[in-house]
Design a protein around this ligand. Sequence first.
Ligand SMILES: Cc1cc2nc3c(=O)[nH]c(=O)nc-3n(C[C@H](O)[C@H](O)[C@H](O)COP(=O)(O)OP(=O)(O)OC[C@H]3O[C@@H](n4cnc5c(N)ncnc54)[C@H](O)[C@@H]3O)c2cc1C
Length: 438
Amino acid sequence: MKTSVLVIGGGVGGLTVALKLAMCGIHVTVAEQAKSGIHTYKGELLQPKSLEIFHSIGLIQEVEAKGHRIHHIDIHEMKKRDQTFYETGKASMDYRMINSPFSYSLMIPHEGLKHIILKAAEAYPSFNYLQPARFKGFHHDEAIIHYHGEDLSIEADYVIGAEGRKSKTRESMNSSIKERQYDHHFLTVSFSRPASMKEGKMISTPYTFLGLFPLPDNRVRTVYLIPAGEYKNMKEKGISFFHRCYKELCPDLDGYVDEIKSWRDIHLMIPVRYHASKYVDGNKALVGDAAHSVHPMAGEGMNLAIQDGDILGELLCWMYANGITSPGFLKWYERVRKPRTRYVLNLSHLSALTYSKPFAYFPGFRKKGILQTTRDDRLHTKQMLNVSGLGIWKETIYDRLIQLGLFPVRSNVDLMNLQKKFMFTRSSDYPWKTEGGK
Ligand SMILES: Cc1cc2nc3c(=O)[nH]c(=O)nc-3n(C[C@H](O)[C@H](O)[C@H](O)COP(=O)(O)OP(=O)(O)OC[C@H]3O[C@@H](n4cnc5c(N)ncnc54)[C@H](O)[C@@H]3O)c2cc1C
């Protein structure tokens, strides 16, 4: 079998690149190993840049209809005294600091989002979807896909490895990763929420952290930090222990978290961090978790995959439209995406560290840092812009000193304008178009 572009893996990253290619009339085949209808929990928070991408491919209305907007995330620092938690500090990270029509994030069930992208791609005749179809490896440069009980040999101009963490394409490219783990894990589960819980909320104590992110249909995604290895001990204490952990931090969840009847409903999430040594080799390229994995604290993993898919899809469309057959041009993709991803990896890692040892023992230090970041308009804008994926505005040493409380906070009235200098533009997203592909 022949196809122009073979995409291995039909996750958000693979589907985004495939949809862009199908929209350009390029013959694209996606091989997805999982049977349809299987629901696993994965990322649900769409950052502004991903929303901008869905706008550019005409899907924003459908995506918004299935999602719940979050404008700000309120952060509460708590401490225990006499068996009860009380608040020691409060701050709010506000997306409205960003100068974009997408100055909010959107919570959307992961499978619902994939369904929207897949349906849109299926409307194009050049889109070909094989499911369940498992990629087994390469034989003489052809991909071997197990489909309907037999091994198909697929010849493609380009192969995109979008099969997530355990990428066989990455292995075949001799692209290496060094996986790092953290001293904490997360429990995650969703359940009904009080109707008044409309914005994001993060509750931190010296020992743990509870994140609450409202989903549509009056549900809420929750993440709860536990020390690595603690999961088994917690399970032994029974499900009522889990309910207590949530309710002591957020009494509003009384009557809601109790919906969770068994530990089987709760997922254990083990955060890892890695960055592939290369994204491109010959006619092969990696997108999403095949290329990188970030700590989930900043809610970036799914967004990076979508953003990879956008850039690689745009580049391949341009190459086909301009009759460029040299795979060397794929390097443009790595040139744009790798530094941006490296920055987000560090940003997420830093956020994770503030909840790891030894910082866990210094909640006052963390509280100060978060409070200063939201009080100082410039720092606040930088933080939200960097998280949004719409640009990178790096922190300076002066910013760090403000975070530490060594310098006074600034209020700056012209930040809406100033941040534009640090926002990605069409020519920084797709530089080969303006630089003639040189
Ligand atoms: C428990 C959990 C919680 C997360 N929480 C968040 C979050 O809150 N926010 C966030 O932004 N990100 C989060 N992430 C990360 C986010 O889900 C991923 O970064 C994102 O899904 C990556 O997309 P992807 O398309 O690269 O890979 P995936 O979504 O992993 O998709 C890869 C696809 O490839 C298929 N596949 C694998 N091997 C083969 C093969 N050999 N042949 C054919 N198909 C194959 C898989 O079945 C899968 O469908 C979370 C991840 C997990 C696991």
